[in-house]
Design a protein around this ligand. Structure first.
Ligand code: BGC
Length: 766
């Protein structure tokens, strides 16, 4: 198709291209993929090199709704680039007004009128905030997790965002790393299913709908394995772990059709991920067949200079594009350096064409060329942001995310009448921390506090005392990049808390981390309950032993003392907007907790990295001698294992059956187990299946999660739960460097957590 674009008004060109293929539109997806490819090609043909590079440039917000921000020194320059068609995407711009103003410039003032794609970190909600991703993972409820992502997409898209930098699919075994809050924990099987659920929720069935958004699987790869849990640190990981633990959630995301992948800050085998050809081209775009685009992480192209991998800015640019990073997030290098590199013959134009095609394809799929203002409707924004139905849904998600860690003498659920309850802890009256740290679009101080949630049960006497602040930052509200000042000394509130506790039937203590103690750049070397809170807990315990400890935190904490002494412990993470209601409903038994830990809780920092699916070693012990794999001053086991979580009721597992002890490559084994609710409450249980490969060409974990089922049982009810094992479930990355299973003997275990003991075995034969 030949278009003389100098005589046709800009934007009309794009429309012409679209219209020329419009008539052929079809529901058949491979056919419509073809059409999109043709549209992309036609557009690419008429783009100048500058315009192409512009599509690969993403700027952070520099716009104050009406114009370039006076606070941002580079704003004028960025604005000029936007007008010149040198910006393909923006992040951190929010709301219909602001985004419309920007989109108008892209569409109506640039030569070709190519719309911007607007990305934001919609990690666990937009305005209505759901639990942090690690908490959601504790629900093991894939439908609910999908729905939570869907609601985030509905709100974000109503406010102009059409692309989220989520889900983070990094597996991590290190609670010191602040970003464990953003992932799904330590297990690749659960992590892959949750990644898929989140992508389904964000992207829906049809990406071109105005209420679905493109998702990003991040960070490729192994960012969760930063040495010593320190953010941005070096990663040194084996191929075995990389393939069997780190890659599966990425592969699952790509198979689910995720539209973008973000690379990571860390190096891998001495090569920063952003400049890693093997990761981005050989694997992602090659073997894994990914047809979306790669966005760099923030400034990660430029960071290859301090990494010592790029000589200078030109070199970093060259490395990044060659390695397969398609869009530059805020290094400002592609826009400034790429053209010269192409002209000098250092970067091949085919690499640019490929990157731009990938980006344009997603823009077409989002429907941005049909209507660049598709996501920009003020009425919808007003109607949908903070919609009551969204709050209802995040409340459900929040209740399902809570994990009951301990409940001696059935202290929980609390009685609803004639009780005197002392509620203690600054976090109990904190409406900001429960929102977590990774929710840049939400409003501060908007969570329902535990105090407010508890007040909804009016037939008890409730006294609240703070006891001690968690942090000393002014006003208790921390800014995204601000350092936290922990309260290490101020115990002036202890006395009032002691007095309240003295006469209470039950003391509920809400302790843990400030919302900004976890997240990016928020690694901790100690993972205790921070500041004077531990001392407060011990002081109150001297006065009243009937304590329910509610933990609010973004990572597994070291709670050894509490585990030994406190009768009831509830892991409540950071549960988002509806935190207080969710916690109160669980404490009062209106919701019976069913969450299970997606990450092991260590007994001490010295055990980290700690994870259930470890290898056996040559000296697994335990023996009564020194020379086996253990600590001299600590147990090997975690305080609470992966998959662990109690209920107000009890469950009994029995009657494990299997229909064959032999499996071949075409057959399957059907397993069943009976589970009975033997307690006094209706309740839900996550029935878990683990498999151990006894012997293989490379060493295999002592067990691996391979199935689970979330079941609800009435009091006294028994259900038979079925699992099916087939060969594909047994595949791993083998000595032959392929995904395959190997004939031999396998054990399997079924039960309530990763210590499951009901056991049998089978043989896989060719
Ligand atoms: C983070 C990414 C995030 C990006 C944009 C980076 O610092 O590592 O996960 O999406 O910033 O906010």
């Amino acid at each position: 198709m030949i278009i003389e674009f100098n005589i046709i008004k800009k934007h009309t060109i794009i429309l012409l291209i679209i219209i020329s293929f419009f008539a052929c539109n079809s529901d058949n997806s491979s056919f419509s993929n073809d059409i999109i490819d043709k549209k992309v090609d036609s557009l690419l043909n008429i783009m100048t090199l500058d315009e192409k590079i512009g599509q690969m440039n993403q700027y952070n917000g520099f716009w104050d709704i009406t114009g370039p921000s006076p606070k941002n020194g580079q704003a004028k320059n960025k604005y000029q680039n936007l007008k010149n068609g040198l910006v393909g995407s923006m992040l951190n711009v929010r709301g219909v007004d602001e985004i419309t103003a920007l989109q108008k410039i892209a569409v109506e003032e640039t030569r070709l009128g190519i719309p911007l794609i607007i990305g934001n970190d919609v990690i666990h909600g937009y305005k209505t905030i759901s639990p942090i991703p690690l908490a959601e993972a504790a629900s093991w409820d894939l439908k609910e997790i999908e729905n939570s992502a869907k609601i985030a997409a509905i709100e974000a898209s109503a406010a102009g965002t059409n692309w989220t930098f989520a889900p983070m699919v990094d597996i991590s075994r290190d609670a010191r790393w602040g970003r464990v809050m953003e992932g799904a924990g330590e297990d690749p099987f659960l992590g892959s299913l949750i990644a898929v659920a989140r992508i389904k929720g964000f992207q829906g069935e049809d990406l071109s709908k105005h209420n679905t958004i493109a998702a990003t699987a991040k960070h490729l790869a192994a960012y969760g394995f930063s040495e010593s849990g320190k953010d941005y640190n070096t990663v040194d990981i084996s191929k075995n772990t990389l393939y069997n633990i780190v890659f599966p959630p990425f592969i699952a995301s790509i198979n689910q059709g995720v539209k973008s992948v973000m690379n990571s800050f860390n190096e891998l085998d001495g090569i920063p991920a952003t400049g890693n050809f093997f990761l981005q081209r050989t694997l992602l775009k090659g073997e894994w067949n990914f047809d979306g685009f790669v966005v760099s992480d923030w400034g990660s192209i430029r960071e290859m200079i301090p990494h010592g991998y790029a000589r200078d800015a030109d070199h970093a640019t060259e490395i990044a594009i060659e390695a397969g990073s398609d869009m530059d997030m805020e290094s400002n290098l592609y826009v400034n350096k790429l053209k010269k590199l192409v002209e000098l013959g250092k970067v091949d134009i085919s690499l640019i064409n490929d990157a731009v095609s990938r980006i344009l394809r997603v823009k077409f799929e989002l429907g941005l060329f049909d209507d660049p203002y598709r996501y920009l409707n003020s009425k919808r924004e007003k109607e949908l942001i903070n919609h009551p139905n969204h709050h209802k849904a995040v409340l459900e998600m929040a209740k399902k995310s809570i994990v009951l860690l301990k409940n001696e003498n059935q202290l929980l659920p609390l009685k609803k009448t004639n009780q005197s309850i002392a509620l203690i802890g600054a976090l109990a009256n904190d409406n900001n921390s429960p929102l977590g740290n990774w929710r840049p679009s939400s409003d501060n101080n908007t969570a329902v506090t535990v105090l407010d949630g508890m007040k909804k049960y009016p037939n008890n006497k409730l006294i609240y005392k703070k006891g001690a602040d968690v942090i000393l930052n002014k006003g208790g509200v921390v800014k995204f990049a601000e350092k936290i000042m922990i309260n290490e000394n101020d115990k002036s509130g202890f006395n009032a808390a002691r007095i309240a506790a003295r006469t209470a039937d039950v003391v509920v203590m809400v302790l843990g981390e400030d919302g900004f103690q976890s997240g990016e750049g928020r690694s901790r070397a100690q993972i205790d309950i921070p500041g004077v809170q531990q001392e407060l807990l011990e002081e109150i315990f001297k006065i009243n032993k009937n304590i329910v400890l509610v933990l609010m935190n973004g990572r597994p904490l070291n709670i050894n003392w509490a585990d030994k002494n406190i009768p009831a412990i509830v892991e409540a993470w950071q549960l988002g907007s509806q935190t207080g209601n969710a916690i109160a409903q669980v404490l009062y038994g209106d919701y019976n907790p069913s969450g299970k830990l997606p990450m092991s809780f260590p007994r001490s920092v010295g055990q980290i990295p700690i994870y259930y699916n470890h290898k056996n070693t040559g000296r697994p012990g335990p023996k009564n001698i020194v020379f086996w794999s253990h600590y001299n001053d600590e147990l090997n086991s975690p305080l609470y294992p992966f998959g662990y979580g109690l209920s107000y009721t009890t469950f009994n597992y029995s009657n494990l059956k299997m229909d064959s002890k032999v499996l071949n490559f075409k057959s399957s084994i059907n397993i069943s187990v009976d589970i009975q609710n033997t307690g006094n409450f209706k309740g839900k249980e996550v029935v878990q299946l683990y498999i151990k490969d006894r012997f293989a060409s490379v060493t295999r974990p002592i067990k691996e999660l391979k199935g689970f089922d979330l079941v609800e049982l009435d009091i006294g009810e028994t259900k038979t739960i079925k699992f099916q094992i087939n060969e594909s479930l047994l595949r791993f990355y083998s000595k032959n460097e392929v995904w395959e299973s190997e004939p031999g003997f396998f054990d399997f275990y079924i039960g309530t957590d990763s210590n499951a003991t009901l056991k049998n075995s089978f043989e896989l034969i060719k």
